[in-house]
Design a protein around this ligand. Sequence first.
Ligand SMILES: Nc1ncnc2c1ncn2[C@@H]1O[C@H](COP(=O)(O)OP(=O)(O)OP(=O)(O)O)[C@@H](O)[C@H]1O
Ligand code: SF4
Ligand SMILES: [Mg+2]
Length: 333
Amino acid sequence: MNKENILEVKGVHKRFHSKGVTVKAVTDVSFDVKPGETIGIVGESGCGKTTLGRCIVRAYDASEGEVFYRTREGEEVDFLQVDKKKMKEIRKEIQMIFQDPYSSLDPRMTVLDIIKEPLKANYPKMPKAEMDQRAKDMAEKVGLNPMYLMRYPHAFSGGQRQRIGIARALVVEPQIIVCDEAVSALDVSIQAQVINLLRDLQKELNLTYLFISHDLSVVEHISDKVGVMYLGKMVEFAPTEDMFAKPMHPYTEALLSAVPVADPKYQMERIPLKGEIPNPANPPSGCYFHERCQYCTEKCVTEAPELKEMPDGRLCACHRAEELSLRGFSYEE
Ligand SMILES: Nc1ncnc2c1ncn2[C@@H]1O[C@H](COP(=O)(O)OP(=O)(O)OP(=O)(O)O)[C@@H](O)[C@H]1O
Ligand code: SF4
Ligand SMILES: [Mg+2]
């Protein structure tokens, strides 16, 4: 592992087999993460964002690949290969926060018990009083009223339920949090509050985030770097500002053109994406994006572009990346 990194995702594949069909949900995804960074992962529905996140936290077993991780103790491990004993020790260090705060909280448990649950699982010998105290402290940190911790999740609003989910993930003091559409189910004003909370917690607790979202405007606000996925592949990976100012992959350009802007003066011309998202059980030949790409050439139909390093250091998988000059998200008049 590079000394600067906390996480190195290398060649991760995930294939699902069902009813005689193989779905390539994630194909050969690689990227590096430094401690304290936020990496946004974007792309249309079904492009493999959740599957990738789940492979990284080992909720799914990846079909291939490695996820090198630097533990809190400074040890380098392949998170996908560690034995049971080691896993018990370090699993808590990489947590996931889910999309739907309505279905991911057990309705029969009090909020205090929900937040305490990961402590029970990871520290079975911890005295009850200490567990209670840690859970209460964490509840307070995420802005939940300690008076209400004996209530059940249904008594809370969507934003507060997401705070419960955040407290539950943080109570075991992880280093990395995979946030899967963590604010997507919330109203825009509540979204901003939860994002601000996540940012404050990140600074205070020195957290590293993988922030999965189909909403580019949300990702722009929180991410240092963004990875764009299309049909299971990473097609561009770049610092957020560079990507928004000057995308290098035609799919990124199309996604950016569709981001809604409040001020119509700044609205850019939308680049329509032709056709439907192809079926990942039967992907197109060559570049997976070729049927929908306005810059497609003959080579694109037959040859799959590799994710390559560009002169400015970003990664892009397009045969024409360096010759095209694509439109970014401009704030200028
Ligand atoms: N358990 C599973 N079994 C079979 N196929 C699956 C499974 N989970 C996901 N898939 C398929 O893998 C592909 C990627 O799905 P995934 O849920 O990772 O996408 P996503 O980018 O998170 O989408 P969304 O934005 O809708 O959440 C899809 O084609 C999906 O149908
Ligand atoms: S490789 Fe070809 S089809 Fe694919 S994104 Fe680039 S220009 Fe478009
Ligand atoms: Mg998803």
